[in-house]
Design a protein around this ligand. Sequence first.
Ligand SMILES: NC(=O)c1ccc[n+]([C@@H]2O[C@H](COP(=O)([O-])OP(=O)(O)OC[C@H]3O[C@@H](n4cnc5c(N)ncnc54)[C@H](OP(=O)(O)O)[C@@H]3O)[C@@H](O)[C@H]2O)c1
Length: 248
Amino acid sequence: VSRVLKRGAPAIVVNSAGYTAVDKAESEVEVARLANVQAVRNLVRALRHRSDTLFVQISSNYVFSSSTVRLIREGDSTNPVNVYGSLKAEAEAVALSSGLRTAVIRTAWLFGDSPTCLPARFLRQMREGQRVVAARDEFGNPSYVTDVAERVIDLSYRMYASNRMSGIFHAVNSGYTSRSGLASHLARISGMAVESVVPCLRSEFQSPAQRPFSAVLTDDASLELGLVPLRAWDVALIEALPALRRAL
Ligand SMILES: NC(=O)c1ccc[n+]([C@@H]2O[C@H](COP(=O)([O-])OP(=O)(O)OC[C@H]3O[C@@H](n4cnc5c(N)ncnc54)[C@H](OP(=O)(O)O)[C@@H]3O)[C@@H](O)[C@H]2O)c1
């Protein structure tokens, strides 16, 4: 990494790599820490002489947890409820205290052409005639990875051009829903039976990692940099349908 950074002398470095297996992280804490925290330490160390470089750390809405559905702003205090979220919060702190120009960009519930993203998994179950069991007590912002990637580029350039030393931003599509709300909308727009969606409670899954009741982000800081909110998640999901179908 040091060699590549020296050779390329980049103006902006975006770290989107990460250990993202939320449940597995509960039992593989050290492996997850290496990828999600130590890697960030290594990157900022490799960049320490490049005072003009902007370091962009991609983070997650899982650094938060709220017991009510409310819009979480960039400056709100983090309170993760699982290992993955704690490590992402730790990585944010490492980046922001590195002395480098830094942008932390949090996103959430990504969907696109990945066969493992939530809507692709739901769509596969619907096609196979299975019931789609999805939590009705877990809220977030489903976000189209194409929109988020464009937002990361826009934010990075704007931060780089500004005289700001650091900033935290949220890059999510507008609006929010529950996991079962996402599944129901997907069924509707893809011509599948909405009745195949079975809303349930998070507690019924017995997954290793606790999930936040709500971690809904709002993107006020992006607006301060002159950007408008990203389009609504349900509109973006319609555009993503062909990519989701190809991913199956
Ligand atoms: N997916 C979501 O809903 C979501 C939500 C909020 C935030 N995020 C954040 O968005 C970023 C991307 O997430 P994603 O869902 O797109 O993840 P992903 O599909 O699992 O991709 C993660 C990438 O990180 C690379 N990687 C993992 N461990 C590595 C290591 N030790 N060294 C180098 N590269 C490593 C992987 O490389 P290989 O392909 O070679 O394994 C892969 O390309 C992460 O920072 C994640 O925390 C994701």
